[in-house]
Ligand binder design. Sequence first.
Ligand SMILES: O=P(O)(O)OC[C@H]1O[C@H](OP(=O)(O)OP(=O)(O)O)[C@H](O)[C@@H]1O
Ligand code: HPA
Ligand SMILES: [Mg+2]
Length: 180
Amino acid sequence: MSMNQDIQEVLFTPEEIAAANQRLGQQIAHDYQGKNPLLVCVLKGAILFLTDLIRQIPESVEIDFMDVSSYHGGTTSSGDVKIIKDLDVSVAGRDVIFVEDIIDTGNTLKALGDLFASRKAKSVKIVSLVDKPAHRNQSVKADYVGLSCPDKFIVGYGMDYQDRYRNLPYIGVLKPEVYL
Ligand SMILES: O=P(O)(O)OC[C@H]1O[C@H](OP(=O)(O)OP(=O)(O)O)[C@H](O)[C@@H]1O
Ligand code: HPA
Ligand SMILES: [Mg+2]
């Protein structure tokens, strides 16, 4: 059965996502000329965004990955942000950009920000493809935002429900009967 049948509404098409990526890539390229920033992809959700975003940055960058989880497949944050895999490289003296698919409660980026405060990065900024401000309970804000989303649980383009739907090329909302 096609995943498309589980979708009630498409919020952002592949074209809208591509346009957002292009704009974000241009902004980052402009702001980080000659700085060789370290883009830290927050797995798993941000994997599609990272790979598309970096191709829109015609400047030298490096990438690394952290695996962080707090939703455990569901639709609400457990508040317990688990670091499953840390970076391979040191961030001391580096210009770091966290790459996120979505900022929702802000719990994930608050925990990463606290962790990085002691690691002596030269600068730390955040790029998030989607901003969902409705449930924010931490005062984190992305420096670069692609798309703003209403108070709905979304899937696709990296984002999951029970680890599925990440491979949808668009971002949408599931039919209510899927949440069982
Ligand atoms: O602002 P928050 O409320 O913390 O939500 C945002 C985070 O939640 C999701 O990750 P999740 O824990 O679902 O792990 P996943 O990326 O592996 O799906 C998403 O990819 C962000 O990292
Ligand atoms: O709306 C969402 N969808 C998928 N994953 C998420 N993680 C935080 N918010 C969301
Ligand atoms: Mg998830």
